[in-house]
Design a protein around this ligand. Structure first.
Ligand code: ADP
Ligand code: MG
Length: 299
């Protein structure tokens, strides 16, 4: 089998499955709360009865593991290069959520050979069966893999704080996305205002930011909600326990709970039909094969 055939095989398998809803969490700048929000959103969605798996696609920083207090033995690279099964690289976290460490596998998505694509082919599509919702915690900034995850996910949460650099970097990310034109047209990008003193100020942050986005970009930015500044978050990180577990009634937990409920209630067929984790991975692999000239346009 060559690469193109492997890819077609993978797409065929995924079309026979029910698809997971994929939510990609991103930001312009690091350290603004992506991982904190990913973890606690996963836990709150689990509380609402969803089967949730977090994929840590932030190469290098293993902070989700620390927040969950778990140490996965294997990662995505073990599946791609060593033939490990999907189930073996999923670690169970609190409240039954699953966790997959991307490890070096995320960066390697751009360099796969046919047999490695096949290893993914035979495993990855199962993720759509195992999870109702997959949350992808991406690295910050404009690396090509982060951009591809954002471009290919139908639902994107953009996290920003009131810090000026957080907002300018978030704007830079949107501007880059804007330059992709039509392919980002159907996407929902929703802003989460993190570390704000009140819900009102979160909404204000969105309004001010969106004035600029509307004026200069074609991207439609919606408002997802605010996560309050909460000193319990730091304490939870130090204890290696998620905030939602350690402080279930704290302000930031309540904020994330409200966001989870909003996401849950938006669980419409329209969104689900655009979902699927396999579609995103095949999209990334396909783009890199096209770039390397190893497949023609119509794979
Ligand atoms: N709402 C918040 N209130 C207080 N501290 C926060 C909040 N959100 C994030 N932080 C702190 O900011 C730091 C970075 O958060 P993290 O989730 O690791 O960011 P990222 O994944 O974007 O790099 C953490 O130490 C966390 O304690
Ligand atoms: Mg992080």
């Amino acid at each position: 089998m060559d690469q193109a055939e492997s890819l077609r095989e993978l797409m065929k398998k995924q079309s026979q499955n029910s698809l997971a809803r994929v939510i990609t969490v991103t930001s312009g700048k690091g350290g603004v709360g992506k991982s904190s929000i990913s973890v606690n959103l996963a836990l709150q969605l689990a509380k609402l009865g969803k089967r949730v798996i977090i994929l840590d696609a932030d190469f290098g920083l293993a902070n989700i593991e620390v927040m969950l207090g778990i140490r996965p033995k294997y990662n995505l690279a073990d599946l791609m290069f060593k033939g490990m099964k999907l189930k073996d690289i999923i670690t169970e976290g609190p409240m039954g959520i699953g966790f997959i460490s991307g490890g070096t596998g995320i960066q390697e998505l751009n360099n796969l050979k046919a047999d490695q694509i096949e290893l993914m082919t035979s495993q990855l599509y199962e993720l759509d069966e195992l999870a109702d919702i997959v949350i992808i915690d991406t690295g910050a900034g404009i690396s090509s893999v982060v951009l591809q995850f954002v471009i290919l996910s139908s639902e994107v949460l953009l996290v920003a704080t009131p810090e000026p650099t957080s907002l300018t970097d978030a704007y830079a990310l949107l501007k880059t996305l804007n330059s992709f034109g039509d392919i980002i047209k159907d996407k929902t990008i929703s802003l989460i205002a993190n570390r704000v003193p009140s819900d009102r100020e979160g909404h204000q942050l969105y309004n001010n930011f969106n004035v600029v986005v509307e004026k200069f970009l074609d991207i439609k930015l919606e408002y997802m909600g605010a996560v309050l500044q909460d000193s319990n978050l730091m304490k939870a990180v130090l204890q290696q326990e998620p905030l939602s577990v350690m402080y279930p009634a704290s302000p930031a937990t309540k904020s994330v709970q409200a966001i989870a409920e909003k996401i849950y209630s938006g669980d419409s067929e329209q969104i689900v039909s655009k979902g699927g984790i396999t579609r995103i991975f095949t999209g990334i692999i396909r783009a890199s094969l096209l770039k390397r000239g190893e497949v023609k346009n119509g794979v």
